[in-house]
Design a protein around this ligand. Structure first.
Ligand code: WT7
Length: 579
């Protein structure tokens, strides 16, 4: 099918480019729009809540929380400021200092937002953990982050943390959102109640660590990407420029705050722009989602291709039964957004989905279809003002060659924007490996057309994107290898109509074990318990042995080629750019 450009002409009313928002901007100007702290300091939580209160927006609703059983709670900016002040005082009382890591393992609960803001206020580093992770990924991340505080629920604590606590010597304080104190744990709310709601944010420098997000590569354990307070310059500006967020706008970001999108665009960008955040505790449900869009009068919506595909599957009739006329801007991120999805948005919701591209490491949106720009369905859009992108090929001896429009290569960004990550925790070498000649290398394969639009082709490495979640094969393989029957394991992403990819495992058994349906179920069950259902393989195939390089590394690309029935040669072209 021929997907034509969706033009933003003045005739199309709301879609018309806004000359103010389309004007070029420098990072210096964007920085100057922030309030900052006395003496040249900068603090994300100050810009997100305290500043809004000082500017007279204290009574605006900051957070509208929709509980999964129909409860509804709202928090004004002033309330969020007071609650995060209480939590900051509580953290101080527990001896938490600048740079200490404060982790959260929780679903979309108000306490998560209070924790994030309170931790930032004391200068601690906020680190969210995806609540659907099983005990093993949780342990690995708590250990690696050296978290001193964990905020979680009694259920998640019981299931995923309690037994492992002896292996986590740095974890001094566990705060439960829903229960009273017992030995070894505190009650989150008792701590809040005992504290003053006044708190003066101490000096935090623009390049002090603020956020820690775990992400995955092909090899090794998860990488902890570190972001600094200065990242807020990019969060706020892209929230305004790309998502078109204005004070008082009702905004819904469906991403879970256990991942980077749910923090950068689920907390920081909307609050620093004075918007009202809708947070739904429940999991995806098409009927519920349309009801939320309609009832909450959502104006700006940031969601993901997996969700869009599921809405498309639920049918246009369901959408037509709702008045979605409040919706002014819709955007998508995290996986390829097919042209069908963009056009479906326009036809069914009245707004096209604007695809945006970024990564945990970039901290904020880098490439996008913006409100002020024509959409090319299927393209990720163009680099934002202030961002220089290129398609490059790595030279074997180091450095890169910049490629012409139309050529396929690796997507690279010229370093120098405020939300670029500042390191992988305790892994300087991996961090350095991401940069060459002043370029950050993304690990994504893409192409650029003659008009500067970027088109996603795939990953240069072996990471898997399932339902928008980035999963490293190594973490899953390691767990399967703990099972007594498993000699070798290799993981790939297998194309799936809804999740984009599902995780498929290939397993070679140890002598004495025979492949059977029962053993397949046992291995899947074993990995689900340890890894959590969202991360465990959905399919598992027994093989006599796994293809390996001469040095013994599993060649997942060959597994993928075999699975897809592709000639191996097609994939070897990509091999050069792999990690
Ligand atoms: C990877 C980054 C996006 C921030 C949250 C996830 C893939 C991201 C797109 C897009 C195709 C995309 C890339 C990227 N990705 N946006 N618009 N089209 N692919 O951050 O977990 O670090 O994942 O997501 O492969 O490298 P992340």
């Amino acid at each position: 099918m021929n997907w034509t450009t969706i033009r933003k002409t003045p005739a199309s009313g709301e879609l018309a480019p806004n000359p103010v928002d389309a004007a070029p901007v420098s990072w210096e100007t964007a920085r100057a729009e922030l309030e900052g702290l006395p003496g040249g300091g900068l603090n994300i939580a100050h810009e997100a809540v305290d500043r809004q209160v000082r500017a007279g927006r204290g009574e605006v609703i900051a957070l509208r929380w929709l509980g999964k059983n129909g409860e509804r709670r709202t928090f004004s900016y002033a309330e969020l400021a007071r609650l995060s002040n209480r939590f900051a005082n509580g953290l101080n009382r527990l001896g938490i200092r600048r740079g200490d890591r404060v982790c959260v393992l929780a679903g979309r609960l108000p306490e998560l937002y209070i924790t994030a803001l309170g931790a930032l206020k004391v200068g601690a580093v906020f680190c969210p953990l995806f609540s659907a992770f099983g005990p093993e990924p949780v342990r690995v991340r708590l250990a690696k982050s050296q978290a001193r505080v964990l905020v979680t629920t009694s259920l998640l604590y019981e299931r995923k943390v309690r037994e492992q606590r002896c292996a986590l010597p740095d974890l001094e304080h566990v705060l439960l959102t829903d229960s009273g104190a017992e030995p070894g744990v505190h009650a989150f709310h008792a701590l809040l109640d005992a504290e003053s709601d006044q708190f003066a944010i101490p000096f935090t420098a623009p390049d002090d660590w603020a956020l820690l997000h775990f992400t995955s590569g092909t090899t090794g354990s998860p990488k902890g990407a570190l972001h600094v307070h200065e990242a807020v310059v990019a969060h706020r500006l892209t929230g305004r420029r790309v998502l078109d967020l204005h004070p008082g706008d009702v905004y819904w970001c469906t991403a879970d705050p256990g991942w980077v999108t749910g923090v950068s665009y689920g907390i920081i960008a909307p609050l620093t722009n004075g918007a009202t955040l809708v947070v739904d505790e429940a999991e995806f449900d098409a009927r519920r989602w349309y009801a939320i869009l309609e009832r909450e009068q959502v104006k700006v919506w940031y969601t993901a291709p997996t969700a869009i595909r599921m809405l498309m599957k639920a049918g246009v009739e369901l959408a037509r039964g709702h008045d979605l006329s409040a919706l002014r801007f819709a955007a998508s991120v995290g996986e390829p957004l097919h042209p069908e999805g963009v056009v479906w948005g326009l036809e069914t919701l009245g707004q096209p989905f604007h695809d945006t591209w970024w990564q945990t490491e970039t901290g904020a949106i880098m490439i996008a279809n913006t409100r002020a720009q024509d959409i090319r369905p299927g393209s990720m859009g163009r680099p934002l003002p202030g961002i220089e992108a290129a398609i490059v090929r790595r030279r074997p001896e180091g450095g890169v060659d910049l490629l012409e429009p139309g050529a396929e290569g690796e997507l690279a960004l010229r370093v120098g924007w405020p939300s670029l990550f500042r390191g992988y925790l305790d892994d300087e070498e991996r961090y350095r490996h991401c940069f060459t000649d002043g370029w950050y290398l993304s690990g994504d394969l893409a192409t650029r057309d003659a008009d500067g639009y970027y088109w996603f082709l795939g990953r240069a490495d072996d990471v898997i994107k399932t339902a928008g979640h980035l999963i490293g094969p190594f973490e899953i393989e390691s767990v399967l290898l703990e099972h007594p029957a498993v000699a070798e394991a290799g993981m790939i992403g297998k194309p799936d109509a809804f999740a984009g990819q599902i995780i498929k495992a290939f397993v070679a058994l140890k002598p004495g074990y025979a492949a059977s349906d029962a053993l397949r179920k046992e291995l899947i069950g074993f990995s689900r318990i340890r890894l959590g259902p969202a991360v465990a393989p959905r399919e598992l195939e027994f093989v006599a042995d796994l293809p390996k390089t001469r040095s013994g590394k599993i060649m997942r690309r060959l597994l993928r080629a075999r699975e897809l029935g592709l000639p191996v040669g097609d994939l070897s072209a990509l091999e050069n750019s792999a990690e």
